[in-house]
Design a protein around this ligand. Sequence first.
Ligand SMILES: CC(C)(COP(=O)(O)OP(=O)(O)OC[C@H]1O[C@@H](n2cnc3c(N)ncnc32)[C@H](O)[C@@H]1OP(=O)(O)O)[C@@H](O)C(=O)NCCC(=O)NCCS
Length: 222
Amino acid sequence: MSQCRTAVISALLPANVAAAERFGDFSGTLLKEEREALGSAVPVRQMEFAAGRSCAREALQILGAPEHPILRGANREPIWPEGVVGSITHCRGYCAAAVAYADRVPTLGIDAEIDEPLPDGVLPLIARKEEADGLLVCGSAFQRNWDRLLFSAKESTYKAWYPITDRWLDFDEVRVDINPQRNSFDVTILRPSCSEVSLLRFAGRYLIQRGLILTAVAAQSS
Ligand SMILES: CC(C)(COP(=O)(O)OP(=O)(O)OC[C@H]1O[C@@H](n2cnc3c(N)ncnc32)[C@H](O)[C@@H]1OP(=O)(O)O)[C@@H](O)C(=O)NCCC(=O)NCCS
């Protein structure tokens, strides 16, 4: 795993996570099985899918795992090789994948967003009351698009949560507490009936750079 820390997004992830990313250039290739899994799609979607899969295969190589087609599950989640967890993200001008061995990192999620405010009316749909209040406090200390960062933190959380639970998560079932001094956030899953007690908390980190908001969450083995 010698080159695994060269990706910018690696700064947000534990040391035993391998990551690969692309800025601007969305070139990439698909293995035959991956092409079949995508089916017909508009060219832009084909490009982002190929870029994501290419990053994913590069990250697997860095991790030391054998090359493997990364297919798609019933809910669009990437299917990783046995014993591996991972996550993919793409937005305009950026694409990344991160992978780790599941016995070291039980699950992880990454997300990239353009660094701009959410469209009008979206914040109340994705934020709990206490989160919206928290953003005002963050805003008094630092000028950031905190609403977009909150959204990204929840997207990262969902990508870490879904593969190990097979369950949908509503935006109001998650509480994100942002710590602007540490560029980090704590995630609490607020599901009274949730039996996966060990999954109730994730640690998250964020980075705002090159016009992008990057977030990542990872659960660590206890
Ligand atoms: C799935 C979702 C999180 C993707 O996020 P996005 O910002 O739209 O797009 P991104 O480019 O960052 O991520 C897309 C990648 O996420 C991954 N993904 C999609 N569904 C997934 C799932 N169920 N579980 C894990 N990863 C998933 C895929 O790898 C996908 O890329 P690919 O189709 O090229 O393989 C989003 O579309 C979604 O459905 N959100 C609603 C659920 C949610 O976020 N709830 C929040 C609860 S706190």
